[in-house]
Ligand binder design. Sequence first.
Ligand code: PLP
Length: 397
Amino acid sequence: MLNEKMFALGNKRSIIREIFEYCKKRGAEIGPENVYDFSIGNPSVEPPIDIKETLINLIENENSVLLHGYTSAQGDYSVRKAVADNINENFSLFLSPDNIYMTCGAAASLTISLKALFNKGDECIVFAPFFTEYRVFIENAEGKVVVSMPEEKTFQIDINDFESKINTNTKAVIINSPNNPSGVVYSEETIKKVVEVLVKKQLEYNHPIYLIADEPYRELVYNGVKVPYLMNYYDNTLVCYSYSKALSLPGERIGYIAVNPKMQNAKDVYLAVCGAGRSLGYVCAPSLFQQVIGKTMGAKVDVNIYKENRDILYNSLTEFGYECVKPDGAFYLFVKALEDDAFKFFEKAKQKEILVVPCDDFGVKGYVRIAYCVNKERIVNSLPSFKALAEEYGVKA
Ligand code: PLP
């Protein structure tokens, strides 16, 4: 007898992956340029040139046995030091290498953190709309998902709803800003209110409630918008970081967990993180890319490419009559479907070769996500089809 939960997960792929696979098949039939695939958050911007140069340099000049060998389970010391120093410099903090645990990207950072913190029945609050895989990761740690609904229109956190969802079983809260799928950056004001509630509730229930900052999109912000660094607001914070989006390296599987040294029992939490990584069989993060990251701290992709995409798409769609919040970061547009049922809307868009993701599984019904991390040409070419779709629904511009 198989593990039924695992079978179910494998048997029913995530909707994003389903659509992504469909696009590949459809592209083979009618030519990829005729399929407007906006399904997956796979960056289209080139990684910074430093990455390539460092990679070549490492391969040509370093000892290949060491380069491709195991590192310490928590990651190479010099790499963890580079990460800690970089955080300290950017956010005026005092982390040491022993607060950093290198991972295979944000998915691993989250899975490991949740496994480290959770006992059966503990609850984790997520803010809708949320990255669908949270449900998989939380349930894998035997936790229960509790969804807090957002403020209408702005998609900022609704503090009253949030407070009403906390109880004695609440173990952690995940904050993802800039957000997938809304692109919203939670304001400092919002974060301060969240922290106020958490501080009060920790005292009331007499146990820590952890804040997990899921930050793969931290650097992908436009017009100088600031993303509050949660460790600076709340001691019981773990940061789950990834270089997948920030450096366009999603296939290389590299990221880290940073445990706030000011956290209650920080050393024990770090040890539990190490234990969770071990129990999940991660062994160590990819050695070669640990080295690349350690040597390219501060490298950045050209965010203006995404900003240009955002502007073209946002301005055109709103002109055609679509409704959506203007995203300050990440590379997603969260658009209200033109009928109540987002799946039916998705099907109609599909007939015009536009592939977007219906977002019911992200915790908010009636919306679709458009990943605009694609080349500009695809966006420009898709606009007449978006317009025709709106007209089919009788939407007035
Ligand atoms: N968290 C969020 C909000 C994401 O959007 C993603 C990927 O799309 C992840 C985590 C997982 O990122 P990674 O590829 O680094 O595992």
